[in-house]
Design a protein around this ligand. Structure first.
Ligand code: ZN
Length: 326
């Protein structure tokens, strides 16, 4: 059983003392670190409580989760192929790939069809059952930091976390394990929510992504630069991301927010009617600018020359790469 880390009042990423309270959401105090910009819940769940959050209900009952994750298979596979194209643009040939928090396994299955040797881990029993039994994938039924999930060190060419990093207590523990599992020169691809985006700033504490206890952390570009620190990681890309989702899922998230906001509540019957109609199954591009994809290259011990936004720099443990200066 993995227990949440003892934060001792410090920022879970940069260890700054006593980050101020920003707001309270769903009854959970949310803090914003003035040093690294992490927005976080100071009360992360652990063990059975964490696992209980990702029961079948998370994938089928809407709210901050999904209205019907498996029913949206076609949309998830479309998005998976988009991810694979982005990975190919990094100039990486198919090799060994680990998808952390792989859910029902649609991305892994698409990657396997494209020649990757794939492996995953998934905390949810519901999602794991689909990935392993229906799709026949090599997926461990475990949280990423669970000691029972112990692949051979330096055995992956690529590790992906698509909307997963924000859910796992102990971000430093996650970064350490990712470093251990990736081979030197291997790539890490992280898709996560950006609290510095215009949409997040516009909505403030009403931003649907602020959804403790499932979403525990929100990382800006600066936060990611601190977590995946120079000397171990070289940032090779960061940009806003567009994602295919079903209209049903998008409206379900709006409904979730309507439950918390008087201003949105008037819209709820309309949203429900559209979701129940044929329109609900349509794919829509989620492009509100609050989703970002960051990619990093795991350093080799001796360091090497790399590119960052066209600039060639020498990686050194004490060097701060351009673009992630804090
Ligand atoms: Zn911090």
């Amino acid at each position: 059983m993995v227990r949440p880390p003892e934060t001792d009042g410090r920022c879970p990423v940069c260890q700054a003392l006593s980050p101020p309270l920003a707001f309270v959401k769903n009854g959970y105090p949310m803090h914003r670190c003035t040093s690294c910009e992490l927005v976080f819940s100071s009360q992360p769940p652990g063990g059975d409580k964490l696992e209980a959050l990702y029961s079948a209900e998370y994938f089928t009952a809407g709210g901050a989760g999904y209205p019907d994750y498996i029913a949206d298979e076609r949309t998830h596979r479309r998005q998976a192929r988009t991810y694979l194209k982005r990975i190919a643009k990094l100039g990486i040939s198919p090799g060994a790939l680990l998808d952390v928090g792989c859910a029902a396994g649609f991305f892994l299955d698409e990657a396997r069809r494209n020649g990757w040797r794939v492996q995953g881990c998934e905390l949810s029993d519901y999602a794991h059952a689909h990935a392993s039994q229906k799709l026949g994938l090599d997926v461990a039924r475990a949280g990423f930091l669970d000691p029972t999930f112990a692949p051979r060190p330096q055995s992956f060419d690529v590790i992906t976390l698509f909307n997963v990093l924000e859910h796992i207590p102990d971000p430093i523990g996650v970064a350490d394990k990712l470093f251990t599992l990736l081979r030197p020169g291997g790539h890490l691809v992280v898709e996560t929510w950006d609290p510095n985006s215009w949409f997040a700033r516009l909505l403030g504490s009403r931003w649907p992504t602020y959804a403790p206890p499932t979403v525990l952390y929100c990382f800006t570009k600066r936060t990611l630069g601190r977590l995946f620190r120079p000397g171990r990681w070289m940032p090779i890309g960061y940009r806003a991301s567009t994602k295919w989702i079903s209209l049903d899922h998008g409206l379900s998230l709006l409904e979730y927010e309507a439950d918390h906001s008087r201003a949105f509540r008037v819209l709820k019957p309309i949203l429900s009617a559209v979701r129940r109609s044929f329109l609900g199954s349509l794919d829509v591009p989620y492009c509100l600018g609050d989703l970002a994809v960051a990619s990093f290259r795991r350093e080799s011990p001796e360091g090497f020359r790399v590119e960052w936004n066209g600039a060639r720099v020498r990686s050194r443990p004490e060097a701060q790469p351009p673009g992630v200066r804090v």
